[in-house]
Write a protein that binds this ligand. Structure first.
Ligand code: CUA
Length: 147
């Protein structure tokens, strides 16, 4: 084996190790997660916020041209929010500013992520996937009130 081949191989192995450690660190120490895709033949038909407990909520969110349903939700600080997301028509984006929630609303499937909102405030909700002439109007908000 040539010396430069050995060097390239060694660097590749080191990079693989660095990336592997970065993934483990992100998922354990930083709590960074990827969305879960649920294939449901009978998805929810309307967007709504459901209270399961004082600090546990579920939102069934529908993305459609060109709005989110529900457009605004309000939960107390410290609440855990389970987010189920579906698209009623075409592909849309779903991002909650100031958090690591960033999903796609995909026709035919439901995406899921969970987050605990510790800080009170207003978290804008935007569609980040160009979805037609009304794309720029596709917004919403999550209001986290003092608990
Ligand atoms: Cu929906 Cu852009």
């Amino acid at each position: 084996m040539d010396k430069s081949e050995a060097l390239a191989l060694g660097l590749s192995a080191v990079l693989l190790l660095v990336f592997f450690v970065a993934i483990i660190y992100a998922s354990t120490a930083r709590g960074i997660d990827v969305p879960t895709c649920i294939t449901d033949p009978d998805p929810f038909q309307r967007g709504q916020l459901i209270e399961h407990a004082e600090d546990r909520y579920e939102v069934q969110m529908i993305a459609q041209m060109w709005s989110f349903q529900p457009r605004r939700i309000e939960i107390p600080a410290g609440s855990q929010l389970d987010i189920y997301l579906r698209a009623a028509d075409i592909l849309h984006g779903f991002k909650i500013e100031g958090t690591n929630i960033n999903m796609m609303a995909v026709p035919g499937s439901i995406n899921y992520m969970q987050l605990t909102f510790d800080e009170p405030g207003t978290y804008p909700l935007i569609c980040h996937e160009y979805c037609g002439v009304g794309h720029h109007n596709m917004r919403g908000e999550i209001v986290v009130t003092e608990s």
